[in-house]
Design a protein around this ligand. Structure first.
Ligand code: M6R
Length: 617
């Protein structure tokens, strides 16, 4: 989704903004722009469809011209990606510049009113309407201060936004506001940074204020950061946080892509997820969020898991885990469906939201709905202090470290690790798991990082070779049973996201109810077939595929014989309990998608049309 960077200070604003935009590239975008408040009191604007490199090509002459400015990477909502629709947008009188992440839902009605007043519009965006609304308010009420006019305008719009606004008559001042989309303010030494997340300014300062929902701030070197409520202008005391993020975590560290780096980080990230929580020698799990609320979970009528995309796949595996080990009924819902279907939610329900970014608009809205209805809401997020983590009653961070590649990899396996710990803890607490079973399972879970190390070592070259055969594939089918059915869904999602090959995940047994019609000698089928978990049934499924000449790429355990005898390509992984096998099996699936995409020349870290945090619905 759109990225925002702003700066006021003593450095070259061009460099700070451009470098900051590069750090936000991972969020996904289709155009970019910059505006600087130059020393002669006028705005210099450059914007273009394309990437930050394209922006640099048309704006390098702006280097060294200003110490105040802001930039934007746009993910199109209103109007196609084009130079005209790119941000920043400038008001009709040329005095105001605005960048925006989100959607102004009533922009059309406001546009009609402004058009009647004589305003003209160069773009199809909702953002250009907002900047002109601010101008209109300042024109009609000249006594109003710039920030007050912004506040008035924001009280006229509804939707979701994070904005930064500059006014040519207020040099050095940035006005920012947030409703639904994140915004952080970095506090430097005689300088301030604005950004959609802290990554653009982490090398300059470790102190930041995360703007809260419904708050705005006026920022200048003279007056510092003045935070107010958008609604009633009441003053708000800033909460300054120390950033834990460091620069190495957001760089590629010698890997060709962030996605490959993140796949290879999984032994460590899973270990970090368990660190201090899964104490294998003591035979305990002590994870604060869950341990403090065990009775809440135990007494729950049911658990509802809400999420989107990859996190939804993790939720499905969570359902299997919690129902198997804790015997509490679980439902898993797409957040976007849940929020609009008038669901039955009671005070006895526990709602778990899973979100890597913690900013997904649909998940956030579904969670708010559940909260309104009195459910206990629990978050599983990767990004510390993200919006979702802040509105939940309790939760567990996944601690996978920053995930920059748009395709989620290490965050997914960390989510599975957290869900495993939750299920095992609940089961041991309510007695559905015996002490012996619990101890065996936690020992197995603890061994997963080592097994993933082994998978990375032993399957990397094999998967690379297999991938070469499928550069021209048009379709893929991914099959699995039990715990590995959601793993098949996730494998298919990874492939389509980054390689643009159509792929479907299916429960292997469902194949005969439809997808089998697609199978011929051109159809590659990835089948997850570990020995533990319906192995005999999977063997029959492979036979059915081979009888129709489908090409089988099988993920098997070492020493497998029956599937091995029939498969066209084999990827061998170490054996583990069925319930943890999706964590291990996901790694070669991620590598397969990655290499097919790389060989097809796709932009793996920033796939077309996709965004890392989906902050619009
Ligand atoms: O940040 P979230 O986990 O809430 O994001 C949900 C989905 O947008 C996300 O998982 C998406 O499907 C990824 N691109 C998957 O790789």
């Amino acid at each position: 989704m759109c990225g925002i960077v702003g700066y006021t200070g003593h450095q070259d604003a061009y460099n700070v903004v451009i470098n900051g935009l590069r750090r936000l590239e991972y969020r996904g975008y289709d155009s970019a722009g910059i505006v600087l408040d130059t020393d002669n009191g006028s705005f210099e604007v450059a914007k273009t469809k394309g990437k930050v490199d394209d922006l640099v090509a048309v704006s390098e002459n702006l280097k060294g011209r200003a110490t105040v400015g802001m930039g934007h990477t746009r993910w199109a909502t209103h109007g196609v990606p084009s130079d005209r629709n790119s941000h920043p947008h400038i008001s009709n009188n040329g005095k105001l510049a605005l960048v925006h992440n989100g959607i102004i839902e009533n922009f059309d009605a406001i546009k009609t009113i402004l058009t009647d007043k004589g305003f003209t519009f160069k773009s199809e965006t909702d953002t250009e309407v907002l900047v002109n609304l601010i101008q209109y308010i300042m024109d009609t009420k000249p006594e109003l201060d710039f920030s007050i006019a912004v506040r008035f305008a924001l009280n006229e719009v509804y939707g979701a936004y994070a904005i930064t606004v500059m006014h040519a008559d207020y040099p050095g001042v940035l006005v920012v506001a947030r409703l639904g989309s994140p915004l952080a303010i970095g506090l430097g030494n005689q300088e301030y940074f604005i950004a959609s997340d802290a990554s653009p300014f982490v090398e300059f300062t470790k102190e930041a204020i995360y703007l809260e929902e419904g708050h705005m701030a006026t920022i200048s070197l003279e007056k510092g950061v003045d935070i107010r409520s958008i609604k009633d202008n009441s003053k708000i005391d800033p909460v300054v946080q120390e950033l834990k993020l460091n620069i190495e975590q957001i760089e590629k560290g010698g890997y060709e892509h962030f996605m490959l780096k993140e796949i290879f980080e999984q032994p460590k990230s899973i270990h970090d997820t368990m660190r201090g929580r899964l104490l294998v020698n003591e035979g305990i799990i002590k994870m604060a969020g869950i341990c403090d609320h065990l009775e809440k979970f135990n007494n729950a009528g049911r658990i509802i898991i809400i999420a989107c995309g990859t996190s939804w796949h993790a939720g499905l595996i969570g359902e299997y885990l919690i129902e198997e080990f804790a015997r509490i009924p679980v439902e898993v819902e797409y957040a976007s469906e849940f929020r609009y279907r008038n669901p039955i939610i009671t005070e006895k329900d526990v709602v778990i939201a899973i979100s890597q970014s913690g900013e997904t608009a649909d998940t956030m809205a579904a969670l708010k709905l559940a909260k309104e209805k009195g459910a206990f809401i629990y978050g599983i997020c990767n990004v510390v202090d993200s919006s979702i983590s802040r509105i939940t009653d309790a939760g567990s961070y996944t601690h996978a470290g920053p995930e920059i590649g748009v395709a989620s990899t290490k965050a997914f396996t960390a989510q599975l690790t957290v869900l495993s710990m939750i299920a095992l803890k609940l089961g041991s607490h309510n007695g559905t798991l015996s002490t012996g079973e619990f101890r065996n399972l936690i020992a197995e879970l603890y061994a997963i990082p080592k097994k993933i190390e082994e998978v990375l070592e032993t399957t990397h070259d094999t998967v690379k070779e297999i991938a070469k055969n499928y550069i021209g594939a048009q379709n893929f089918l991914y099959l699995g049973r039990g715990y590995n059915f959601p793993a098949a869904l996730e494998g298919a999602l990874k492939l389509k996201e980054i390689s643009y090959i159509h792929a479907e995940g299916y429960p292997a047994a469902e194949m005969k109810h439809g997808p089998i019609a697609l199978i011929d000698e051109n159809m590659p089928i990835v089948i997850i077939s570990p020995r533990k978990g319906h192995y005999d049934k999977i063997v029959s499924n492979v036979q059915e595929i081979k009888a129709r000449k489908g090409q089988v790429i099988a993920i098997v355990n070492k020493g497998d014989d029956q599937v091995t005898a029939m498969a066209d390509y084999l990827i061998e992984i170490p054996e583990t309990s069925e319930c943890f096998s999706p964590i291990v099996a996901s790694v070669p699936l991620q590598l397969l998608a990655y290499y097919i995409a790389v060989y097809r020349g796709a932009n793996v870290d920033q796939p077309r049309n996709l965004a890392k945090s989906v902050t619009v619905e």
